[in-house]
Ligand binder design. Structure first.
Ligand code: PHE
Ligand code: ZN
Length: 872
């Protein structure tokens, strides 16, 4: 068996500027039923006085049919294409033309040009363009693209970036369209689509009077489900003008929904391509949560037009420059459109559930990584979500006005160029006259800092001294661990949630932000009444783990009425985590949750909170958060099954404890089901789940009935409640759901998810049976994730089965998927690498499963990078 030598990682420190610029690119793409011929002609000019050749990248071994430099054909067979890189001698100004034949119909990696259903589409970020043409495929080479697509007339719609400048018919039942994008861009933002597509149209007038033609292209039959996406797009365009002063810059903006897509969506200039799941959504087919996600992703891709496209990344180490910033922008957009508090809480819950474990596991990396073997592996929660937290801290420290001044300077300095994270931070610092050199450790140091706050109160002088201590844990990334700059927003809470003013340095404030820059520091507040309770890290002002000396009673006070919605929610989370940790540490001890349940009952009847806020407070902390807390406990073993069991037990105890308050609310919700707000639907779902789990009278019938509702949120509320345990009602609801949605492939993904996540029934055999279902498609990433990723993430009893069968099951599938789609395989494998907190036996089983995948041989660079890091 061939043992592939480990690929040599690429280092951030090895960056070299391009020697040669590409001034204009002319692409001709001839599409046929079984292949595409790509002619790529471009003009070059030297940027320095070196005589270095031009490096062109292509897929490893990708055909180079012909290459012509300044009119002279070179002997193409002289170029060794095996390593995906060739060197071409060019003059001071040259014209290079390459011709390549590719086979999109056989492309299952969904990178480059590929077939999704009956349409051809592209995915070029980060390095997909090289699978289409030999080209200097690196983000700091920006050029103006003109693209001519020729195709059979059976693909009537031919799209690319920019404006349509010509179209017409050709012989042989063929036709063509030529698109010109006047904005310089790197090749990763190139896109084209060909197919027999329907579209919906709308328009938006920018603040300077440009009338922009808006189009969403979909497969026939789907146009009716695009309204929400289109409205979301218009709201995004307006918001970016109102808040950032940034307007759209072309006369047309297109979105295409495709069913086979590795990620969520892609911001190609003027031609966004979306996973259809994030476009086709209305109240019948999508839940309220889904609709908000669609709105957020449409906004995210649109916002990239400035933060990503107009100003792009110099190299892929800078990925967070566009992603962290754009996530921050889409988070703020959603906060402005809906509830700021609910959005913040959702985002923090996500960060803790997926980014914290990444930062403490084998694939830990700073938001700006130092090296990679496969850049596709760095589209991570760290680069995206933690990256957004870093931008948020900058905004917190500078204030909204200061942040906007920094943004304006950033755009002024770097528009039309490929920039770095350093450039961004410099613009923020320069615009505000501040020094961010220490703050920049957030870009280079991996790991989640632990901040400990202890109190010393003097009743005599009424002073409260807070001692802060920060520590960055060791991580697999082995980056430096110097003290970070950590903004900590805090306030004091009196009885009934009263705001206790802060007296500090002669100022009186409702709340303040203390910035911790040393390993240890302290803050003294005066005129502090004895019973005031501090609320720390309001709004989650920094992405850290917080340890405090707050008592349960004090956290109950915060839960009952902290004015900060995050602080209030987090107090509840902390109480739950503490209770769960002791339930796991002493499994046989009886549990008394009375105090906490009383607090939750009060929350449930609190008139100041809406349904969504209540639903969030009643949501138990995710499995991974509890695992981390248990791992910290001196006498508890981090056993995922035991934790899952105790978490479920706590849920049913909370359900029982809340019955007196919750049961009448459920009856009322049922009565006015058709007239509920989205907020109330959220609470309805949460309470119904508790009711079924803890066996309220009639709860299962209620849920079964609700699962038949026309509104998808309500239907899912019913189905999800029943899905927690085996039983005839669950079977009936699932069967009816499948009948109703058999023809809607996207909705069937929900059905797969319910089954693969069901703890009682979804054994590996059951999941294998699911993958035989007619609605399943092994080449569709959504479908693979709906069974395999959901199994690994949600089905703890089966995935973490003590005999290791769940691990081996996942491993077997990953090895197969890797043959077809390495990017997807390298993501689905991740749960197998999250073993750092577990017992040695369990670690050995999980590593054993990874070793199995590796030993099959011939695995992709993507997968091999993740596995080698995890086995070290
Ligand atoms: N750049 C895309 C986004 O965040 C994500 C993406 C990456 C899509 C790579 C496809 C491939 O909006
Ligand atoms: Zn993005």
């Amino acid at each position: 068996m061939l043992d592939h030598a480990a690929p040599v990682p690429i280092k951030r420190s090895s960056y070299i500027k391009p020697h040669i610029a590409i001034d204009a690119v002319h692409l001709t793409i001839r599409l046929f039923d079984d292949r595409a011929v790509v002619i790529c002609r471009f003009e070059t000019s030297r940027l320095d006085d070196s005589t270095k050749p031009l490096t062109l990248f292509g897929g490893k071994g990708m055909a180079l049919d012909r290459i012509v430099v300044d009119g002279a054909p070179l002997d193409a067979s002289q170029f060794d294409t095996a390593q995906g890189e060739i060197q071409v001698e060019v003059g001071a100004n040259s014209v290079v033309e390459t011709t390549t034949t590719i086979h999109p119909h056989e492309n299952t990696s969904l990178e480059g040009l590929y077939l999704s259903g009956d349409m051809l589409c592209t995915q070029c970020e980060p390095e997909g363009f090289r699978h289409i043409a030999w080209y200097p495929d690196r983000p700091d080479v920006m050029s103006v693209f003109t693209t001519r697509i020729e195709a059979p007339r059976s693909w009537p719609v031919l799209l690319s970036n920019g404006n349509l400048i010509e179209e017409g018919v050709l012989d042989d039942h063929r036709h063509f369209a030529t698109w010109h994008d006047p904005f310089k861009k790197p090749s990763y933002l190139f896109a084209m689509v060909a197919g027999d597509l329907d579209h919906v149209q709308d328009h938006f007038t920018t603040k300077d009077g440009r009338d922009v033609d808006l189009r969403i292209y979909v497969e026939h039959g789907n146009a009716t489900r695009t309204k929400h996406a289109m409205e979301s797009l218009k709201r995004s365009m307006k918001w970016d003008e109102d808040v950032y002063g940034l307007s759209y810059d072309l006369d047309i903006f297109m979105i295409v929904a495709v069913s086979h897509f590795n990620m969520g969506a892609m911001e190609n200039k003027g031609l966004n391509i979306f996973n259809s799941k994030f476009i086709l959504a209305d109240e019948e087919t999508a839940t309220d949560g889904d609709l908000d996600r669609v709105e957020g992703i449409v906004a995210h891709e649109y916002f990239h037009n400035w933060t990503g496209n107009r100003i792009t990344c110099r190299d892929w180490f800078q990925l967070t420059l566009k992603e962290g910033l754009t996530v921050y922008r889409d988070q703020e957009f959603t906060a402005d459109m809906h509830s700021r508090g609910v959005k913040r809480t959702d985002d923090v819950a996500l960060l803790r559930a997926i980014q914290f474990p990444e930062d403490s596991g084998p694939t830990s990396h700073p938001i700006r990584p130092e090296e990679y073997s496969e850049i596709n592996n760095f589209y991570t929660p760290t680069v995206y979500e933690k990256g957004a937290e870093v931008i948020r801290m900058i905004a917190t420290m500078l204030g909204q006005d200061g942040f906007m001044k920094g943004m304006a300077l950033y755009v002024e300095r770097h528009d039309g160029t490929a920039a770095t994270c350093d450039d961004f931070v410099a613009a923020m610092a320069d615009a505000n006259g501040v020094d961010f050199s220490q703050f920049k450790h957030w870009y280079s140091q991996a790991g989640t800092p632990v901040v400990t706050i202890t109190r010393h109160y003097s009743a005599d002088t009424q002073t409260l001294t807070l001692h802060f201590h920060q520590k960055l844990p060791k991580t697999a990334a082995k980056t430096e661990r110097k003290p970070m700059v950590i903004p900590i927003t805090l306030g004091l809470v009196g009885g009934n949630g009263a705001v206790v003013p802060l007296h500090h340095d002669g100022d009186t404030l409702d709340q303040m932000t203390f910035t911790l820059t040393e390993a240890e520091d302290s803050l003294t507040l005066t005129e502090v009444p004895e019973d005031a309770v501090p609320s720390y890290l309001r709004g989650f002002s920094a992405p850290v783990r917080l340890k405090t000396d707050l008592t349960d009673a004090e956290e109950m006070r915060l839960l009952a009425g902290d004015v900060d919605p995050f602080g209030r929610w987090d107090a509840g989370q902390s109480l739950m985590v503490k209770a769960l940790t002791s339930m796991v540490a002493t499994p046989s001890a009886s549990v008394d949750l009375t105090g906490m349940i009383n607090g939750l009952a009060e929350t449930l009847s609190d008139k100041r909170l809406d349904g969504a806020e209540k639903a969030q407070i009643l949501r138990l902390p995710s499995q991974s958060i509890i695992e981390a807390a248990v791992a910290d406990h001196p006498d508890a073993v981090c056993d995922p099954y035991l934790i899952w069991e105790k978490r479920r037990l706590m849920m049913s105890l909370i359900g029982k404890g809340l019955e007196a308050t919750a049961a009448p609310m459920l009856t009322a919700f049922e009565k006015k089901a058709n007239r509920l707000t989205a907020q109330d639907r959220a609470l309805y779902g949460r309470l119904l789940g508790l009711a079924v789990l803890s066996g309220y009278a009639g709860a299962e019938d209620h849920a079964l009935n609700l699962s038949r509702h026309k509104n998808m949120t309500l239907s899912e509320n019913g189905l999800a409640a029943l899905n927690q345990m085996e039983g005839a009602n669950r079977e009936t609801a699932l069967a009816e759901f499948a009948d109703r949605w058999a023809d809607n492939s996207l909705v069937m993904e929900k059905w797969f998810m319910h089954q693969s996540s069901a703890p009682m029934v979804s054994t590996p055999e059951h999941c294998d049976a699911l993958m035989e279902h007619p609605a399943f498609d092994a080449n569709n990433p959504n479908k693979l994730r709906s069974v395999l990723s959901v199994f690994a993430a949600m089905n703890t009893p089966n995935f973490h089965a003590n005999d290791g069968s769940g691990y081996l099951y996942l491993a077997r599938h990953i090895a197969q998927i890797d043959q077809r789609n390495p990017q997807v395989a390298a993501r689905i494998v991740l749960p197998l690498t999250r073993f750092s907190l577990y017992s040695d036996e369990r670690k050995a089983m999980m590593k054993g499963a990874l070793a199995r995948i590796k030993s099959a041989g011939g695995i992709s660079t993507d997968l091999s990078e993740v596995i080698s890091k995890s086995m070290n």
